[in-house]
Write a protein that binds this ligand. Structure first.
Ligand code: CAA
Length: 308
């Protein structure tokens, strides 16, 4: 990642509109990454998780990633690197109590599993507990923002903030507005995204927004290509890296983001839009998931990571 963007992320400044206190609901890979970049930019971040074990996991993810960022920012100055890590970490706290997590919150970002019922339950409770001023956003990558926000009273203060994995490295933020999202909310979310070092783009509340609408069908076609026996996994990935300049080939990227995630997204879209051939789930991908080959996180996907 460009050092300039890292520097923006790490600069302590408070010019991000009204937003100073951020609540991160869910401390998995995406939630931890979002919490980290917000804290790097000077926000106070409260991570809400279901238990201490999950909070510990979030702390580990953030600790490892901060180490990498600090190394890049302060490669010749270990003291400055340690100070950066300590200051950023001191702005992050973990809690398991939902009401406490939003006491002073300006912005809540939700990044729990892609389950509409669960998101509804959480947002209903948050809506009752949070101050009126608090803005709500979901980091969903495949569900409708309006449908997620249908359970809250503050529909004008609800939008989408879609980050990319790994969050501390990827520079894009998709800011999604529904027909109910107010202009003021949208502008505040855009300003906040910029203040944490991201380049923001806007998209309507459509399946996959911009990136996943293009990326998911492309990744699926790569898996179909392998399924048809047109080329080997290695050659498909090499081709897209060297022929299209992508940092990862499509099958490597599917392994990186999780084959189960890919199947889940495609199945959801296919159910909703059965006539769109781009959304048809890939049998090979489903078969690998059924075998527990989920990608990097399970040690095996299209490739075998167990010996690495
Ligand atoms: N935290 C902090 N820094 C990290 C990091 C992390 N989690 N992961 C990588 N880095 C840093 C490394 O420290 C390294 O820094 P230096 O150059 O200073 O050493 C730099 O990033 C490059 O990392 P690596 O050398 O380990 O490996 P790489 O050059 O292959 O880059 C990558 C790794 C950034 C992941 C790159 O391969 C890449 O950009 N891949 C594409 C990722 C992508 O497409 N993401 C979007 C997925 S879709 C999505 O997220 C949407 C969704 O809804 C599912």
């Amino acid at each position: 990642m460009a050092t300039r963007a890292l520097l923006i992320q790490s600069r302590r400044h408070f010019s991000n509109g009204a937003i100073q206190n951020v609540t991160m609901v869910g401390g998995g890979l995406m939630g931890s990454g979002i919490a980290q970049v917000a804290a790097q930019a000077g926000n106070n971040v409260t991570i809400l998780e279901v238990g201490q074990e999950q909070l510990k996991n979030a702390q580990n993810i953030i600790g490892q990633s901060l180490g990498r960022v600090a190394k890049r920012l302060h490669k010749d100055d270990p003291n400055a690197a340690n100070k950066f890590i300590e200051e950023t970490t001191s702005r992050i706290q973990g809690v398991t109590d939902l009401a406490r997590s939003v006491e002073n919150s300006d912005l809540v970002v939700e990044a729990v599993v892609e389950n509409m019922e669960l998101k509804h339950k959480i947002f209903k409770e948050l809506d009752e507990a949070a101050p009126q001023k608090t803005l709500f956003a979901s980091n969903t990558s495949s569900l409708s923002i309006a449908e997620i926000g249908s359970v809250v009273q503050r529909k004008d203060r609800f939008g989408g903030l879609h980050f990319f994995n790994p969050v501390p490295v990827m520079r894009l933020l998709e800011v999604i507005r529904t027909p109910d999202t107010s202009e003021q909310t949208h502008q505040t979310l855009m300003r906040w995204g910029k203040s944490i070092g991201k380049t923001c783009v806007t998209c309507k509340d459509t399946p996959g927004f911009i990136v996943n609408r293009l990326l998911v069908p492309y990744l699926a076609e790569a898996a179909r290509m392998l399924e048809r026996g047109d080329a080997t996994a290695e050659d498909i990935d090499t081709a897209m890296k060297l022929g299209a300049g992508h940092p990862m080939g499509p099958l490597e990227l599917l392994d990186y983001t999780g084959l189960d995630t890919g199947v889940f997204i495609m199945e959801g879209w296919h159910r909703k839009y059965p006539d769109n051939p781009l959304f048809k789930p890939v049998e090979l991908q489903k078969k690998l998931v059924a075998q527990g080959r989920l990608g990097r996180k399970s040690g095996r996907g299209f490739y075998d990571y167990r010996k690495l």
